[in-house]
Design a protein around this ligand. Structure first.
Ligand SMILES: [Zn+2]
Length: 170
């Protein structure tokens, strides 16, 4: 398997780029599960759950909008393939991507975009220790929040049932 990874900024960047562990194939030694032209798939270490896998582009990008179309298509195809593989052994599998530029990079936070695939079971450790608390955070969206989000964040008018009906009848 040839896993040649590209350096961030093609050498123009400072020593920060040299430290990106996901641009350094040696940091993945023994953990690489699969690769394609533009992606690499590894076992996460540290891992949050058993079977925690990361799918990432070989090229150093930090957010989804930096992909070209080929990379985007290939990444989602690889995520789909790996999820299907995990679902042969586990009952469920979460797919997640974090973009938090306000957080400093460390062993758990890496700027090089990666998609987490986390196998899930009913009442697993992740549920018992973390997600059980989400129930307390979830709340109903009220009219004011709905207006604020649609107008301020998305700058659109919320679709009505009637306009949706038209779209689906097309
Ligand atoms: Zn990188």
């Amino acid at each position: 398997m040839k896993a040649k990874l590209m350096k961030k900024g093609a050498g123009l960047e400072d020593s920060m780029s040299e430290r990106c562990v996901f641009c350094d194939v040696n940091s993945m030694n023994g953990r690489i599960l699969d690769e394609s032209k533009n992606t690499i798939t590894i076992l996460s270490n540290p891992c949050l759950v058993k079977g925690h896998v990361l799918v990432m582009p070989k090229r150093h990008v930090e957010k989804l909008s930096e992909f070209n179309k080929e990379e985007r298509v290939e990444l989602i195809e690889q995520v789909t393939k790996i999820q299907e593989k995990l679902l042969e052994k586990f009952k469920g599998c979460d797919v997640r991507q974090n973009y938090r530029p306000f957080q400093k990079e460390d062993g758990l936070k890496i700027d090089h975009l990666h998609i987490h695939l986390q196998p899930r079971e009913l009442f697993d450790e992740l549920y018992e220790k973390c997600q059980v608390h989400e129930k307390k955070i979830f709340k109903k969206l009220n009219k004011e929040e709905l207006d604020d989000l649609t107008k301020e964040v998305f700058q659109t008018n919320p679709m009505t049932d009637d306009s949706m009906k038209e779209i689906f009848e097309k």
